[in-house]
Ligand binder design. Structure first.
Ligand code: HEC
Length: 170
């Protein structure tokens, strides 16, 4: 008795797979955009094409990885971003600065520290490099005498952690 409706249900389901399959292909093709240029060089005999494809895929992966490691290169030796966030909270940098990821840090006295990893200078005075940022956090006046940023007496290991946190902000 159930047979006709069963068949109907089955044929209903059976009608779907082709659509699903094509959707899957579309999704799989999307991540390739990262290396479209490299893949565009494929041509010639099948064996050579396979080799070129493999090399292109490797180049794409290496390229993507290279981009990521460039960003990570500002990581600070011995610095711990998580501990840095805790130091930022306990010192109260957020009273003067807006700092992404620190909930209570919405101060407007000093400049916002958003996208800190992409800044070129610290207070327009010295290049934004880890050693300079650590020094700035420890003793801003040694870099820019008379700056409105107070000397907060943050010890070196904590300043290192704070710097590690700020460099996670892209
Ligand atoms: C009493 C307010 C105050 C507090 C607290 C404070 N700052 Fe600042 N900060 C400033 C001011 C004002 C400036 C701008 C100084 C300048 O440009 O000379 C500044 C500048 C900076 C800069 C450079 C910003 C830029 O755009 O170049 C960084 C980085 C920084 N502060 C980090 C911190 C950190 C980290 C803490 C906590 C450990 C902190 N500040 C605490 C007021 C403060």
């Amino acid at each position: 008795m159930n047979a006709p409706s069963d068949i109907g249900a089955r044929s209903g389901i059976g009608a779907r797979p082709p659509r699903r399959a094509s959707r899957r292909v579309a999704i799989r093709a999307a991540p390739r955009t990262c290396g479209r240029r490299a893949i565009g060089t494929v041509g010639g005999r099948p064996a050579a094409a396979m080799l070129v494809l493999a090399l292109a895929a490797f180049a794409v992966l290496a390229g993507c990885r290279g981009g990521r490691s460039e960003v990570e290169s500002v990581r600070i030796a011995g610095g711990d971003a998580e501990r840095g966030a805790a130091v930022i909270r306990s010192v109260g940098c957020g009273a003067c600065h807006t700092i992404p990821g620190i909930r209570e840090a919405e101060g407007m006295v000093g400049p916002p520290l958003t996208s800190w990893a992409r800044r070129t200078f610290i207070a327009g005075a010295v290049p934004n490099r880890p050693e300079n940022l650590i020094r700035w956090v420890m003793d801003a006046h040694s870099i820019e005498p008379g700056t409105a940023m107070p000397d907060l007496d943050v010890p070196e290991p904590q300043a290192r952690d704070v710097a590690a946190y700020l460099y996670t902000l892209h």
